[in-house]
Ligand binder design. Sequence first.
Ligand code: SF4
Length: 297
Amino acid sequence: MDVLKITPRGYCYGVVDALTLAKRAARDESIPRPIVVLGQIVHNRYAVEELDRHGILTLDGPDRLRLLDEVPDGATVILTAHGVSPAVRERAREKGFHVLDATCPDVTKTHVLVRERVAQGYHIVYIGTPGHPEPQGAMGEAPAGRVTLVSSLAQANTVDLPEGPLAIMTQTTLSQWDTADIIAVLTARRPDAEVHNEICLATQLRQEAAVKAASGVDVVVVVGDPRSNNSNRLVEVVEKVGGTPAYRVETADDLRPEWFTDARRVAVTAGSSTPSQITRAVIGRLESWNVATVPDA
Ligand code: SF4
């Protein structure tokens, strides 16, 4: 069994920048303590545990506004890579926290776009994953009633599309193929809609590389946390677009030998929130099985 390492895989520029900002803050004694991350810095518990070892606390939960109430007075608050709504920023300011913003520029770009189009009188249709922090943050840029979340083809067919100017926008970490299908349905219903596909380059490149590799292997392994949207999308696109079985594992211990029965080639990729040492361990485990199964000369 050959083990193919798909490139690019793992940490994207937004995640690298967010982790660098947090670790730099931990080293800077002039920054108020405690240092608290509002939500997981990236959706990977090993990345969160690493920050913990640097003395950085993580408060986790879907409601960022409520989480702010748990932050001790005088603390430093780090905003995560996939952004927060203006209401969260405002509350953090009111509470007098020292705020460090790790929002990825690709996410900020969508926030700016939502604000601009709302100011120009557009209604926003935002394609995204319900309950994920990124849609909550971006949609929070629009007043209530001016933005609609769409998360499936079925919804795209039935959702109410108000009259007047309409702008369609997307979360950064979606499947580009599923999103194209949803956009096609929406624009068939409203050909006048303005479309802004905001899937970021890092997500696109990882998906395209995984789908391309899938065509030449028997199994694809995606290394990523169960809560990582982009890792789960990699599994989906490999299976739906690449037509190859794919399994997500959090660590090497999740690998199951029965997945590789009769497999001659396996490819490994990782979500953009997965630390490289975990991916290396998965590759190492697969390669050790490989060696173990090579017959003696
Ligand atoms: S996945 Fe894309 S949007 Fe998210 S942090 Fe990485 S580069 Fe930024």
